[in-house]
Ligand binder design. Structure first.
Ligand code: NDP
Length: 313
């Protein structure tokens, strides 16, 4: 069995090759270079089209991230199946990030930080959790874990997914039919959807105006993809007082340009796509486990994290 590793964006392939080789000693594993012999499986991050044009015999394309919107834009060989990371240490990081952003806003730690810089001893009146229902968009591997973590802090939690769900502690809505009720019931919105034709631009003015029953004070935490948010809609809603703030980890153009107004807006907190990083050891163990299962005769559809290209995630 031959495995090729093709990583871009400053990801060095060598540690991945070494880690995979330790897990799969019988495999022939190397970093990809143009003109290589065809491989059975590939471990990839944002591979160029040229790579896929050459590797026409690939069975599995193992992405070292959870989102596959960029991969689905490429022309894949017809038999190639995309397998994404299935948690691999990302859900706990996402839960930390979202709970931090939520609690920072709810407890007004951002205000205390600003006061502290001025040497001001101030006191904020406690706010009530029941007034801060948190709506999690996307109840998959990451969204469900995040929703449960938020529930541990006793916030009311709502969730929205494509198919109907029952999750302890989360009031679940589903499909287009459930979307407006979900928005009306939620004050803080956490986006953990995949980026698809249906979800692109879903955080737009019209939808954001429906948050919290139309009352001002909504808050946005976008940790999915930049293109979920219509970026031009955000600042007017903040400046008008309709939205109280936003924590954004992802942007339509990354890195976010130094002159972008999001950096310096007082109601926006920016992080550089850092909410849940790929952890190499966990990811290698997961990918190797899936390749071993395939070699032992398992079908792709029996593996967790196999992407359905028709639904786009
Ligand atoms: P999953 O595929 O496990 O979950 C996706 C969820 O979104 C599912 O609950 C799905 O519904 C729901 N969904 C998809 N389309 C729709 C729709 N049209 N309407 C309503 N619900 C929909 O993905 P993960 O939880 O693993 O990851 C989610 C996303 O998070 C990734 O796609 C990626 O873009 C982003 N991400 C960002 C990271 C970062 O560092 N900022 C790191 C990792 C991931 P159903 O359950 O019914 O299928």
């Amino acid at each position: 069995m031959r495995i090729t590793v093709c990583l871009t964006d400053n990801n060095r392939p060598e540690p991945w090759v070494a880690g995979l080789q330790a897990e799969l000693p019988h495999a022939d594993i190397s970093p990809w270079s143009p003109g290589d012999v065809p491989a059975d499986h590939a471990v990839v991050w944002a591979p160029p089209q040229e790579f896929l044009d050459e590797q026409q015999q690939l069975r599995g394309l193992f992405n070292i991230g959870a989102g596959v919107d960029a991969l689905l834009k490429l022309n894949l060989p017809p038999q190639t199946r995309i397998v994404r990371l299935d948690d691999a240490g990302m859900s706990v990081q996402m839960a930390e990030y979202v709970c931090h952003a939520l609690i920072r806003h709810f407890r007004e730690f951002d205000v205390y930080e600003a006061d502290a810089r001025e040497g001001r001893w101030s006191y904020r009146r406690p706010r009530e959790r029941k007034d801060f229902t948190v709506g999690v968009m996307g109840l998959g591997v990451l969204g469900e874990r995040v929703g449960k973590a938020i529930g541990q802090f006793e916030f009311p939690v709502t969730g929205w997914s494509r198919s109907p769900k029952q999750i302890d502690g989360i009031r679940c809505f589903s499909g287009e039919a459930g979307f407006d009720d979900f928005l009306a019931a939620s004050r803080v919105l956490v986006c953990l959807l995949p980026l698809t034709a249906q979800t692109r631009g879903i955080l737009c003015r019209d939808n954001l105006l429906k948050l919290n029953g139309g009352k001002p004070g909504g808050y946005i935490i976008n940790v999915a993809r930049g293109a979920h948010l219509v970026e031009d809609d955000l600042i007017p809603l903040l400046d008008a007082g309709q939205l109280a703030g936003a924590t954004l980890d992802v942007f339509t153009a990354e890195p976010l340009a130094p002159e972008h107004p999001f950096w310096r807006h007082p109601k926006i907190t920016v992080t550089p796509h850092a909410s849940a990083r790929t952890l190499r050891e966990e990811s290698i163990a997961q990918i190797a486990g899936k390749i071993r299962a395939l070699e032992a005769g398992a079908a792709f559809d029996a593996l967790p994290g196999v992407v359905d290209p028709r639904r786009g995630y």
